[in-house]
Design a protein around this ligand. Sequence first.
Ligand code: AP5
Ligand code: MG
Ligand code: ZN
Length: 218
Amino acid sequence: MLVVLMGPPGAGKGTQAEKITKEFALLHISTGDILRAAVKEKTPLGIKAKEYMDRGALVPDELIINIMKDRLAKPDCAGGALLDGFPRTVEQAEALENVLTDLNMELDAVINVDVSADELIDRLTGRRVCRSCGTTYHLKFNPPRVRSICDHCSGGLYQRSDDTVDTVKERLEVYGKQTLPLIEYYQRKNLYFAVDGSRPIDEVFEDISAYLQERKEE
Ligand code: AP5
Ligand code: MG
Ligand code: ZN
């Protein structure tokens, strides 16, 4: 099964992806995570991407499309994957379609986690991430058992550099302009499923899980 998980910054894509990939045995491919790893290692891609990410802008389509072309061609994707945060523009969606045709693969579902802007600002500014294993927490909504320490691996938690109020506002604006048109694009293809992401994490997951189970049995 090949699934796209979309939604505004902070909607809970990463949080839901962790659960979905476990339940449906899918590979989790997050363009945000790939880019952050490149930034950390200071690769040529990372150096280029950092300047866009730091100001809340999208990294140019061409760079992202090339990354995903290579990633999807790897044999581990054949067992199914969840694409978290890609595509994010209509141009990326069209490129994805071409790549999948070449690879003889097909999209099964596009899930949009929908949350209002006010709530997103709270979610993002309160987010903390484990430095070692990447698990995501929230100071209020999903706190670790011990403050600043990961429940799973005892790693230290940090705040993403793009989770400041100003950058979050810019990311939300960019989402509205560049990513929102994708909803109509996928509605037209009958792949689109929206879930109300303002509810507790487990309730959101239940809806997504029921929907994917249906698609899987089709
Ligand atoms: P990316 O890393 O994808 O960031 P994003 O889209 O802004 O989304 P986030 O990761 O911030 O949020 P999320 O939806 O995963 O939420 P999470 O589960 O963490 O991209 C970063 C940057 O990389 C982009 O700005 C861009 O520059 C670049 N980039 C990436 N992909 C690109 C592409 N395809 N094209 C071009 N550029 C690209 O949850 C957020 C918080 O809320 C957490 O604290 C969590 O614990 C909490 N939470 C989650 N669910 C709930 C709930 N139901 N109730 C209460 N709290 C919740
Ligand atoms: Mg994420
Ligand atoms: Zn950890």
